[in-house]
Design a protein around this ligand. Structure first.
Ligand code: ASP
Ligand code: MG
Length: 445
């Protein structure tokens, strides 16, 4: 079985959805389709949930009504035949009524999850009905029956696989199975999510769970680019990456992939293809076990990074100091991304600041603390980068921009720089010049 994920703008209009139907008809064998919500819908649901939380209830009914009409319009454009059209609208009406009812409750995490996952339920229902109308047999499965993910970082794909097969056995047989991305049940079997953008992660968790032959993630750009196209001109898609290279890039900000996407498939060796729904013929990016080419591949940037420095004379020649520092972060389940040390100080970065005050209060016992917010990690990735003499050009950036931390040699395929976010775009552009444009010029000359 192949897993195909479509999200956002790929399912954002009737024309895109027709296009998706054509794409899947070209893919051979059994397919599991993971769909997210229509573009814009989850953002809207998140703001409805916020309104409920803040008890700002006046606008809620009208805004929900607009969502109903948006989905009705989609149905009208896709399904011309009256009886099909009516029956799917009835189904959508029930789901919208449910949403209306949930939005009258007290806000809780579970209520929030119910609200914000509604987009996936609506769209999968419409897509399945549309395929039926087009005489394409398909089976719609409810992700809540098998996406039982107690541990978000380390999902039990064995359990998910068993539950998925049970659901499949109960359903009618067909070569196309459809389910919702983003959704999960947590350790208490309560509805929750895989975090924003999590449908990619649904696809790889399911791919690992059912031992899919491949996973295709369909988006609206031609694969993973060598630099951030929002800030840098003339970027190009990278045709092949190893799992490790892609995992670093996704974690450190490549917007095309949810950060955890790659982790479930690494051990299972299932290739992941990133493709563009609007130019299906373009090569895109293939992510697989081994890097086909050595050397520099891409640069990405992750914002909202906080750097913490702990300076202490007690660290001098003492053992066990770092352990104590790390234990503080462990207690507050806060992961550390970058670390640099000197004999009397340690600097490290975190992106989750929800427990920052508590962490700082404890660190205070160990030395003098300083905190820098609004920083960005710029991550340069490529298998064997460290051995590549050309990568020394990365350090020329030190002449132009202040760099707060550098991480070199942690792995063979990554060099990371921490800079003030105000300098991020300049660093991305300059690194592009030094590393990619320069590389091309020397190849061409
Ligand atoms: N619909 C969800 C979101 O917008 C999940 C996804 O798109 O992957 O975050
Ligand atoms: Mg996405």
């Amino acid at each position: 079985m192949k897993v195909l994920k479509f999200g956002g703008t790929s399912v954002g209009s009737a024309a895109s959805i027709r296009n998706v139907k054509n794409i899947i008809s070209e893919v051979s064998g059994n397919k599991l389709l993971v769909l997210s919500a229509m573009s814009g819908v989850t953002n809207e649901l998140v703001s409805l949930s916020e309104m409920l939380r803040n008890r700002k209830l006046e606008e809620l009914p009208d805004r929900i009504e607009i969502l109903r009409l948006k989905h009705y319009d989609l149905i009208d454009e896709l399904i011309a035949e009256a009886s099909y059209n009516l029956s799917i609208k009835k189904n959508i009406a029930l789901q919208i009524d449910d949403l209306m009812a949930i939005c009258k409750k007290e806000w809780s995490k579970e209520v929030d999850a119910k609200i914000i996952t509604t987009g996936e339920r609506l769209l999968t229902s419409i897509f399945s009905a549309y395929l039926n109308f087009e005489s394409v047999e398909n089976t719609l499965l409810d992700a809540r029956d098998f996406m039982h993910i107690s541990n978000l970082e380390n999902p039990d794909t064995g359990l998910v696989g068993e539950l998925f097969n049970e659901s499949l056995k109960k359903a009618k047989e067909s070569s196309i199975v459809i389910t919702q991305g983003f959704v999960r049940l947590d350790a208490e079997r309560k509805l929750s999510t895989l975090k924003r953008g999590g449908s990619d992660y649904t696809a790889t968790i399911l791919g690992a769970a059912i031992r899919a032959t491949q996973i295709q993630i369909w988006t609206d750009i031609n694969g993973l680019h060598n630099n951030d196209p929002r800030f840098v001109e003339n970027t190009h898609p990278v045709s092949q990456l190893s799992f490790e290279e892609a995992a670093e890039l996704a974690y450190f900000g490549a917007k095309i992939l949810h950060p955890q996407t790659i982790s479930p498939v690494i051990g299972k060796n299932i290739p992941v293809y990133l493709k563009n729904t609007f130019t299906p013929g373009a090569t895109g990016t293939c992510i697989s076990a081994i890097a086909e080419k050595k050397g520099l591949k891409a640069i990405s940037a992750k914002d909202e990074i906080t750097a913490i420095k702990i300076k202490s004379n007690r660290m001098l020649m003492a053992h066990g100091f770092l352990k104590k520092i790390f234990e503080v972060f462990d207690t507050y389940e806060t992961s550390i991304d970058m670390i640099t040390t000197s004999e009397i100080a340690i600097s490290l970065t975190i992106d989750d600041t929800s427990n920052l005050d508590l962490i700082l209060a404890e660190l205070d016992h160990y030395g003098e603390i300083s905190v820098d917010t609004n920083h960005s990690i710029i991550c340069v990735v490529g298998e064997g980068l460290i051995e590549d003499r050309g990568s020394s050009r990365i350090f020329e950036i030190l002449q132009d921009v202040p760099v707060r931390m550098i991480s070199y040699g942690g792995s063979n395929n990554n060099i990371s720089l921490l800079v003030d976010t105000r300098n991020k775009i300049e660093v991305l552009q300059k690194l592009n010049e030094k590393l990619f444009v320069h590389q091309l010029n020397s190849v061409n000359s």
